[in-house]
Write a protein that binds this ligand. Structure first.
Ligand code: NAP
Ligand code: ZN
Length: 351
């Protein structure tokens, strides 16, 4: 099946038009005409090979919203014309304990990412998966999600990664009404962290390096704003948070943030995969604090998150772009100049 998209060919190459093949639908497959695709910071890390394992040509995109074009003979949950989503995963072993529990993102035999993963399903004409910056995609039914009809499809696209990556740790660490939660970094993930923590009843503080984002943080649902570069404000806030969600996209000094936690508080890292500089034992030992990590979310929890968004009318704050402007959007994201997620209107591919 012929497909069009945008790809780059090296870490320093710009994204540009690219024609390729998608696999023809097998019995379990859903073919989706892509309407919108969010621009995650992970797309940029990968396109620029900042994590060191990118295969070129590389088609990014794992925040996909589209309409079902066709389904295979054994597909029971979807039919043509329905609004659906695809996130970061398109396959996993389906047999290990995490997969059986619906935690496919922790598959012990290696899950298949929507882009840049070795494709283990037969019939694919290329060795690595190509993502959602394209007009269509073929995905196994288990990895396709239902999108509530009341949500604006474009503003729902980033829920598929930014949404689930923030929802999952808030649920796993049982954030609830009355707790004091800090969201660190107001970007694509951070703005969804605020919305979800607020909807779960927590008292939410936006912890940001950008004083100019304070007003927006409150509009998004934050009760307070803490400027992380203001040493005296950080000192005054020591020992006051139950839970911190850290979305900073690069390695950094976590010690000032750890000190913000109360007794038994937890900080969850979702952004940085690089080394975190010299973590002191003091904040862990003296108040029994923890630091943990979390990776996106499994399929059942992603569906739960989408349904939660449908019920609470939660979508993302987006800036829609023509795919021809994708390279400028990458540069702006890296500078923190996005409110709060770029979404590609895939209709612009044909222009
Ligand atoms: P983003 O839109 O670029 O937002 C990141 C925000 O972090 C920035 O807007 C900025 O907010 C803050 N920031 C940036 N550099 C900083 C620095 N050096 N020190 C302190 N704060 C800094 O990125 P995103 O799409 O939200 O993604 C965030 C990270 O999560 C990326 O690394 C991405 O790859 C990763 N990610 C992880 C998962 C997972 O499953 N764990 C899933 C998706 C994405 P302020 O201006 O408010 O300070
Ligand atoms: Zn992502």
């Amino acid at each position: 099946m012929k497909a069009s998209g945008y790809a780059n060919n090296s870490a320093t190459d710009k994204l540009k038009p690219f024609e390729f093949d998608r696999r023809e639908p097998g019995p379990q497959d859903v073919v989706i005409d892509i309407l919108y695709c969010g621009v995650c910071h992970s797309d940029i890390h990968s396109a620029r090979n900042e994590w060191g394992h990118t295969h070129y040509p590389f088609v990014p995109g794992h925040e996909i919203i589209g309409r079902v074009r066709a389904v295979g003979n054994n597909v029971s949950r979807f039919k043509a014309g329905e609004l659906v989503g695809v996130g970061c995963l398109v396959d996993s072993c389906r047999e290990c304990e995490p997969c059986k529990e619906g935690l496919e993102q922790y598959c012990e035999n290696g899950w298949t990412g929507t882009y840049g993963s070795e494709d283990k399903i037969g019939g694919t004409p290329h060795t690595h998966t190509f993502g959602g910056y394209s007009d269509k995609i073929t995905v196994s039914e288990r990895f396709v999600l239902r999108v509530p009809d009341n949500l604006d499809p474009a503003a729902a696209a980033p829920l598929l990664c930014a949404g689930i990556t923030t929802y999952s740790p808030l649920k796993h660490w049982k954030v609830s009404s009355g707790q004091k939660v800090g969201i660190i970094g107001l970007g694509g993930l951070g703005h969804m962290g605020i919305k979800f923590a607020h909807a779960m009843g927590a008292h939410v503080t936006m912890i940001t390096t950008s004083p100019a984002k304070g007003k927006d943080a409150k509009r998004l649902g934050a009760d307070g704003v803490l400027i992380s570069t203001d040493a005296s404000a950080m000192t005054a806030a020591q020992g006051s948070f139950d839970f911190l969600l850290n979305t900073i996209p690069v390695g950094h000094d976590v010690n000032p943030y750890m000190g913000l936690l109360k007794l038994d508080g937890t900080m969850v890292i979702v952004g940085a995969v690089e080394a975190l500089t010299k973590v002191s034992g003091v904040p862990f030992i003296f108040k029994r604090r923890s630091m943990a990590g979390s990776l996106i979310g499994g399929l059942p929890e992603t569906q739960e998150m989408l349904d939660f968004c449908g019920k609470h009318n939660i979508t993302c704050d987006i800036e829609m772009i023509d795919i021809k402007n994708i390279n400028a959007a990458y540069d702006r994201t890296v500078k923190g100049d996005v409110k709060y997620r770029f979404v590609i209107d895939m209709g612009t591919l044909a222009n």
